[in-house]
Design a protein around this ligand. Structure first.
Ligand SMILES: [Cu+2]
Length: 141
């Protein structure tokens, strides 16, 4: 009888331990996710139909990072380099800001850019420039 009781208590103790471990893992995952989301001030997603940046306009503070996520099914890009696009007027950079370009982003890929110069940035997606896939980032001081 006694040994059975001990066995029962041992099992309960093991279950509590397992629950604590699972609880700890959930807690650790719960903490890790907001931390990674906080590293980018704004997330801009890309869509195929129609080809668009979402949101098309983002406002951040100087020193913050924008993360672009190609969660669509086709190639997209983030291009703020007038020499890389079809129509240089599709790109606007504030004075002193360096051009940037993600290159082709396959579905599931992300690209991040940290904005250190305040002002208005206009960029396009090279595969969909002619379709009017344009984005804007306003960086405030
Ligand atoms: Cu595109």
């Amino acid at each position: 009888m006694r040994s059975l009781m001990y066995l029962g208590q041992g099992r309960i103790a093991a279950m509590v331990k397992t629950a604590l471990v699972i609880g700890g893992l959930t807690l650790a995952m719960g903490v890790a996710q907001p931390a990674s989301a906080d590293s980018a001030a704004v997330v801009v997603k890309m869509s195929d139909k129609p080809p668009k940046f979402m949101p098309e306009k983002a406002t951040i503070k100087v020193g913050q990072t924008v993360q672009w996520v190609n969660n669509a099914q086709t190639l997209h890009s983030v291009d703020a380099d007038p020499s890389m696009v079809q129509n240089a007027k599709d790109v606007v950079l504030p004075p002193g800001a360096k051009p940037f370009d993600s290159g082709f982003m396959t579905p599931g890929n992300t690209y991040e850019h940290k904005f250190t110069v305040p002002g208005t940035y206009k960029y396009t997606c090279v595969p969909h420039e002619k379709d009017g896939m344009m984005g804007e980032v306003v960086v405030t001081k």
